[in-house]
Design a protein around this ligand. Structure first.
Ligand code: C2O
Ligand code: CU
Length: 444
């Protein structure tokens, strides 16, 4: 073992024409193989019939028969071991730790960092959780299909030293937004209606909002002022209190919001159009969802919180500078006439291969010339947002792993190449990723 061909990637059904790129040694890039893990989990990928509260029954793909899969909650610095087993999913499965900068061989990308785990097979993941914050996990084999059908779950890493006042009661809740089967039925933690939760006034609340869907989520938070404490697992520096704003989460993106529970109820709605989906927090666990505000302004991370010294900025001399234009064109893919989602005019596997050397500073410019959002997700690294539409960011350092690039927008982002391997960089509208909008970052 120890060698792999960096040729095929996820969405293998489209990747037959991929040319071998080069061989890199994966054993060098795996997590600690010895040592007693601090936390162990066993996830069994299996088909299951999911009964939603509305009465809908969905033929789902699950981890452990649950939708979403079990929340994995650990502490920063712990060595974790996850054993994945595939019971009965013929196409095979994996687990990708979305937003976690794990060693390359633990990244869970079928065809690139491991083979898909077939029925009856097992795969062991081991890594130390270096980061804290809100993440999620999902299968990275035929992702568009498998994530839509339910192979996903929340992954929370609590900071090594707890935050907040120790005396106050706390509620720390992950909330997974998703559409099971891709239809119109929005779910929150697997429920397709209004969730209600009893919360004592004065409780310090942290809601970990996770958008596991392939489309942007528009969430409204009413009844309290709040802070956006973290974005994509990264704490915001001095987040200010805001109210009456819409939170727009990129597909795959996360926001942590915090507030002290007031005496009245707090409502978080999952849709701009209806107050029938979401979470109602109230002192007695009952009540009705309030009427939605039609036109709340959208929260803007580019100017939120206080600035801090940056490791690099717009004036830095970058070792690499990649310009990536997203577009759409009509063409044949997989024998079918369809809209092709392109990067620099090409679909995968002819999209750019971004070559870097360890230690280099890398800048990327994203330009969206198409008519849809492209939530760009880089594996294994976090990107610092430098500017949007030519205007430098002014708030707290905005680190992201999944950046929503809306139609007409241009972003400049940067990162240090400090995690060797072969990494995917793709649109997290997983249908787009499967029909062309996928590229790679490769360490020489
Ligand atoms: Cu969340 Cu390449 O994936
Ligand atoms: Cu896209």
């Amino acid at each position: 073992t120890g060698k792999m061909q960096a040729s095929a990637v996820d969405h293998a059904q489209h990747a037959s024409a991929a040319t071998p790129i080069q061989t890199i040694r994966v054993t060098d890039l795996s997590g600690p193989q010895t040592g007693v893990p601090d936390r162990q989990f066993r996830l069994i990928a299996q088909k299951a019939k999911i009964h939603l509260p509305s009465g809908k029954v969905v033929e789902a793909l699950t981890y452990n028969g649950q939708y979403p899969g079990p929340e994995l909650r650990i502490k920063q610095g712990e060595l974790i071991e996850v054993v994945l087993e595939n019971k009965d999913i013929p196409e095979g499965v994996t687990i990708h730790w979305h937003g976690l900068n794990v060693p390359n061989a633990e990244d869970g990308v079928a065809g690139a960092t491991q083979d898909a785990v077939l029925p009856g097979e097992k795969h062991r993941y081991r890594f130390v959780a270096q980061q804290s914050g809100t993440y999620w996990y999902h299968s990275h084999q035929q992702s568009a299909e498998q994530v839509k059908k339910g192979l996903l779950g929340a992954f929370v890493i609590e900071p090594a030293t707890p935050t907040g006042s120790p005396a106050a009661p706390k509620l720390d809740l992950s909330l997974v937004h998703h559409k099971l089967g891709g239809g119109a039925g929005i779910t929150l933690n697997g429920m397709d209606g209004l969730l209600k939760e009893r919360v004592v006034p004065g409780t310090q609340v942290r809601l970990r909002l996770i958008n596991a869907d392939s489309f942007p989520a528009t969430l409204q938070l009413q009844g309290t002022s709040f802070q956006v404490a973290a974005i994509d697992g990264n704490e915001i520096h001095e987040p200010n209190l805001i109210a009456n704003q819409t939170l727009l989460l990129a597909a795959g993106g996360r926001y942590d919001v915090t507030f002290s529970m007031p005496k009245q109820s707090v409502f978080i709605s999952q849709s701009k159009a209806s107050n029938e989906h979401g979470l109602l927090l109230s002192p007695d666990g009952t009540g009705e969802a309030p009427v939605l505000h039609p036109d709340l302004p959208v929260f803007d991370p580019a100017s939120y919180g206080s600035p801090q010294t940056l490791p690099f900025d717009l004036l830095t001399r970058y070792d690499r500078d990649f310009r990536l234009v997203f577009d759409v064109q009509l063409g044949f893919y997989n024998g079918q006439l369809d809209g092709l989602w392109t990067i620099n005019g090409k679909v995968f596997p002819n999209t750019p291969m971004m070559m870097v050397k360890e230690g280099e500073l890398v800048k990327m410019t994203f330009i969206n010339r198409s008519y849809m959002d492209h939530p760009m997700h880089l594996h294994g690294h976090h990107m610092l947002v430098l500017s949007r539409n030519g205007i430098p960011t002014t708030g707290s350092p905005w680190w992201t792993d999944t950046l929503n690039v809306a139609p007409g927008e241009t972003y400049e982002v940067a990162f240090r190449a400090d995690n060797p391997g072969l990494w995917m960089d793709h649109c997290h509208n997983l249908n787009h990723a499967a029909s062309g909008m996928t590229m790679h970052l490769l360490y020489e």
